[in-house]
Ligand binder design. Structure first.
Ligand code: SAM
Length: 288
């Protein structure tokens, strides 16, 4: 197969000023020809979309994201189907595996955890497959930040408390310190910052926030395995959460939510069910 990075670079050059014609005439959620990249959701089999479930049930080969996809979901929807974990396999192995099965007229699905569009590395597989003549598309899923906010029984945006949401991750092996913007999001004050891929680095991230002058009393909640049977919640502040998480021993599979929305207090009633509801005629957009 062609070097995947060359495919990505060539596509960027040729597509710069051109609308992708695969976007026309299709809607997200519609079943299409090709390999669907499906968001499996955060874990609970009930949080897979109806379309995702139908596609998984009809599959001959399910390539999934290993331990990030709940085995209960695989057992429930595709127990008798060939299953391959993508963990430890590179593009050079995964792409021919899916292409060959598709060309042999097998129904192939690719299951990513949460939503494939968030820290999912789906597009590089899709582009490499399309370059090999295999059509692909995305079926969205429930990202873990949404499952965590449901667990916490809060909203990520909350009137008077949080006007914005940041999906981000801390510096580490694959993110340079200059691209770590957690401090900037927290510093904005009205942002709910959702940390993916950062459970192992919570203590050092919080220490850095304190060193940089952020309020140690800022609320933080960590949701381990949101929507799984062993789901757990640890609540604290920038000053306390590191020690609490270290004591609990979770090193992965957790969502860290920083900001006042994590404590779901101090918000104001919304305009939607106040003045806006009592206005004479509709106009503009309001909250849901
Ligand atoms: C490779 S990223 C994949 C994210 C995924 N695409 C999504 O939309 O949730 C893996 C990170 O997502 C978060 N994560 C995934 N599933 C989770 C769950 N059930 N509960 C809490 N965090 C989860 C963790 O932060 C984990 O390190």
């Amino acid at each position: 197969m062609t070097d995947p990075q060359k495919v990505i670079d060539a596509a960027a050059e040729s597509d710069e000023n051109r609308r992708d014609d695969r976007i026309q005439g299709r809607t997200a959620g519609e079943q299409q020809d090709g390999i669907p990249f499906i968001g499996a959701g955060p874990g609970d089999p009930g949080l897979l979309t109806v379309t995702g479930k139908e596609l998984v049930e009809a599959a001959d080969l399910v390539v999934h994201a290993g331990s990030l996809v709940n085995s209960e979901l695989l057992d429930r929807y595709c127990a008798d189907v060939e299953q391959v974990s993508s963990i430890g396999r590179d593009l050079e192995e995964l792409v021919p595996l899916m292409r060959n099965a598709y060309e042999a007229d097998r129904s192939v699905v690719r299951l990513h955890s949460g939503d494939p569009a968030v820290y999912g590395a789906a597009l590089e597989q899709m582009d490499a497959l399309e370059h090999e003549g295999v059509p692909t598309y995305i079926v969205p899923g429930v990202t873990s930040a949404f499952a965590a906010s449901a667990t916490l029984r809060t909203q990520l945006t909350l009137n008077g408390v949080a006007n914005h949401v940041a999906f981000t991750r801390p510096r580490g092996k694959t993110l340079d310190p200059e691209n770590d913007h957690i401090g900037e999001f927290v510093g904005m004050g009205d942002v709910t910052t959702c940390l993916y891929l950062g459970t192992h680095a919570v203590s050092e991230t919080m220490d850095r926030l304190i060193q940089d002058g952020h309020d140690p009393e800022t609320p933080v909640a960590v949701v381990y395995h949101a929507s799984w049977p062993d789901e757990d919640v640890i609540e604290g502040t920038i000053g306390t959460i590191g020690a609490k998480l270290d004591a609990a021993g979770y090193r992965a599979s957790a969502m860290v939510i920083i900001g006042a929305a994590a404590r779901k207090a101090g918000y104001e009633r919304s305009y939607l069910y106040g003045d806006w509801a009592n206005r004479d005629s509709a106009g503009g957009e309001a909250d849901d």
